[in-house]
Write a protein that binds this ligand. Structure first.
Ligand code: ADP
Ligand code: MG
Length: 143
């Protein structure tokens, strides 16, 4: 499935809808270059889950937990992961197999640790289509 957006608000709204419909144990991976809108997406997903705490990029920790919503959100940024052991240390499998919703930014970096059953979100710019245009591809979503 491909979604096209033309503003941060549209990207936010799409993610919010996914958050509203998310079920326990769901894992979203989120890839895309710097500045494509991953944080916009994360904020929308959190809003859809009913989270009111401010969501930002988990820059200094691998995972940030938000627990004041309908379901817990575990927001990973694995950009700086160099060894799978770093994921072991934070007990990643407890999160992946838990009853919350996982959102994993830069999931390509830990591809070998991901379960099969994930929803893969990829955001990209298409310069010819304008500054605010984003193509969001979604794979693995059950209809
Ligand atoms: P990332 O987390 O991927 O580095 P951010 O979400 O922090 O990116 O920033 C995305 C930037 O792109 C924001 O300034 C946002 O306003 C802008 N933007 C413009 N158009 C869009 C769009 N269609 N979807 C998401 N963000 C957009
Ligand atoms: Mg970001």
């Amino acid at each position: 499935m491909i979604i096209e957006t033309n503003s941060p608000e549209e990207t936010f709204a799409f993610a919010q809808k996914l958050g509203l419909e998310a079920v326990p144990g769901q894992i979203f991976t989120l890839d895309g270059d710097l500045g494509v809108g991953k944080t916009v997406f994360a904020k929308g997903l959190a809003e859809g889950l009913g989270i009111t705490e401010p969501v930002s990029s988990p820059t200094f920790t691998i995972v940030q937990e938000y627990t004041d919503g309908r379901l817990p959100l575990y927001h990973f940024d694995v950009y700086r992961i160099e060894e799978p052991e770093e994921m072991e240390e934070i007990g990643y499998d407890e999160y992946f197999n838990g009853d919350g919703v996982c959102l994993i930014e830069w999931a390509d970096m830990i591809r070998e640790l991901l379960p099969e059953d994930v929803i893969r979100i990829r955001i990209r710019k298409v310069p010819e289509k304008g500054f605010d245009y984003r193509e969001i591809s979604v794979e693995g979503m059950k209809e």
